[in-house]
Write a protein that binds this ligand. Structure first.
Ligand code: UD1
Length: 418
């Protein structure tokens, strides 16, 4: 398992290119299962998670290749509507195949994902929306067996869910009649999925609003698509720039997806300049303490909560983090504490005492975004921090060490065959 060694205290400056979004690429990959054809997805990030999802597609009979950032997927010979536990347990997003496989084959078998490092992550809403569309759902030896030919229906999600909205959307595209999904997710990744489905011939109205109206169609045709920029990677580098940078620019981003993080950075006293697809952060003085509360889009993203906490350890006073999306998502707290952060946790609220001088220590990567927070903290810690188990970060950040090194950070990957 690889490690990172980061020597803190090297100022970051320069420009970094943002990759395509993992969380946008995965549902697009799933959507290619809906209709037999040859698809080309551009700007797909080379990540552990996209590689895992490629294996899920291959299990169904698809042929997948990734060359530079172009993924070709041929779903013409898919004949196995199944996603095995070995893959779904590695990545919950594999569950995205439920909707398209059911819509195409009228039957599918998808493993339940099981546990997660950040507490319970149920799949009940994915199942309820399929049932609303007329599917019969059974549980057999840890697998969900879904059967039925789907019919348009009205279904309102009790809470906003990105994954369940995506799954419901894919299932409804080929259902007979009209489906209305209420309280749908409006994340850019869902809009990206809906736009792609429409380019295949689907009829989805209301993308980017809380009500999606899907008029079922009888057939689709394959098409090409470009994945939107990764707003979480972009936000992570903006926070890195605010913490450890003189002047850091991210390019190839979509600033309209970064509203909440940019607002919070400005409140913290960070100068943020936006020019088309580039955003530059520079810090004129001390970082002001700013509280955050995570929320569905367009609120402050839970996927940037840990990174914000790392930034706030360097603020001129205390602040708090309210985690409202995943109440237990605090795996980074003990690791940041090992680096000297002073954080108290009560329920879903963390209070950060600051400023704190962070000091290098051996730490462990626990999940994708927690790992990013640890990397940011290590960039400003005194001494050399060793971060083990970086495969978590490889799931979601493309070539992060190369991008940080390009900005002047002192980071090395050490391959450890153990
Ligand atoms: C997606 C993202 C993840 C991000 C999260 C919230 C992908 C691959 N992952 O995850 O990085 O942190 O959105 O922005 O895009 N819920 C239920 N029942 C369900 C489904 C969800 O109760 O069946 C709850 C969850 O526990 C959570 C909330 O709904 O409290 C939102 O979760 P959801 O939007 O579904 O997250 P994911 O799609 O799994």
């Amino acid at each position: 398992m690889d490690k990172f060694i980061i020597e803190g205290g090297h100022e970051l400056s320069g420009t970094v290119q943002i990759s395509g979004a993992k969380n946008a690429a995965l549902p697009l990959m799933a959507a290619t299962l809906l209709w037999p054809g040859n698809y080309k997805l551009r700007r797909v990030p080379a990540l552990r998670d996209t590689a895992t999802f490629a294996k899920v597609l291959e299990t169904t009979g698809a042929v997948v290749s990734l060359q530079s950032d172009v993924m070709r997927i041929d779903t013409r010979n898919c004949d196995n509507a199944e996603a095995p536990y070995e893959l779904v347990k590695q990545m919950r997003a594999s569950f995205y195949v439920l909707g398209p496989l059911l819509a195409r084959f009228g039957r599918c078998k998808v493993s339940m994902p099981g546990g997660c490092n950040w507490g319970p992550r149920p799949i009940d809403l994915h199942l309820r929306v399929m049932e609303a569309l007329g599917a019969r759902i059974e549980l057999e030896s840890g697998y969900i067996i879904a059967t039925g030919s789907l019919k348009g229906a009205d279904y309102t999600f009790p809470i906003s869910s990105v994954g369940a909205t995506g799954n419901g959307l894919m299932a409804a595209v080929l259902a007979q009649g009209v489906t209305v999904l209420g309280n749908a997710a409006i994340e850019p990744e869902i809009v990206g999925l809906g736009d792609f489905l429409n380019s295949l011939g689907a009829r989805i109205a209301g993308l980017g609003t809380r009500t999606l109206t899907i008029t079922g169609v009888d057939e689709l045709q394959a098409a090409d698509v470009t994945v939107i920029p990764d707003r979480i990677e972009a936000g992570t580098f903006l926070i890195a720039g605010a913490m450890a940078g003189r002047e850091v620019t991210i390019s190839g981003a979509d600033p309209s997806h970064l509203g909440s993080v940019i607002d919070h950075l400005r409140q913290a006293g960070v100068t943020v300049d936006i020019a088309d697809s580039a955003v530059t952060v520079s810090r004129p003085g001390a970082i002001a303490p700013v509280d955050i509360t995570t929320a569905p889009y367009p609120g402050y993203p839970t996927d940037l909560q840990a990174q914000w906490m790392a930034l706030m350890t360097q603020a001129a006073g205390p602040s708090s983090v309210h985690e409202e999306v995943y109440h237990d998502r605090f795996a980074h707290v003990p690791e940041l504490t090992r680096l000297g952060a002073r954080i108290s946790l009560k329920g879903n609220v963390a209070r950060i005492s600051a400023p704190t001088a962070l000091i290098a220590a051996p730490v462990m990567s626990t999940d994708i975004r927690a790992s990013a927070a640890i990397v940011l903290a290590a960039l400003v810690a005194e001494g050399s921090t060793e971060i083990s188990r970086v495969y978590h970060i490889d799931r979601g950040y493309e070539a992060i060490e190369q991008k940080i090194a390009q900005l002047g950070g002192a980071i090395t990957r050490v391959s450890d065959p153990a």
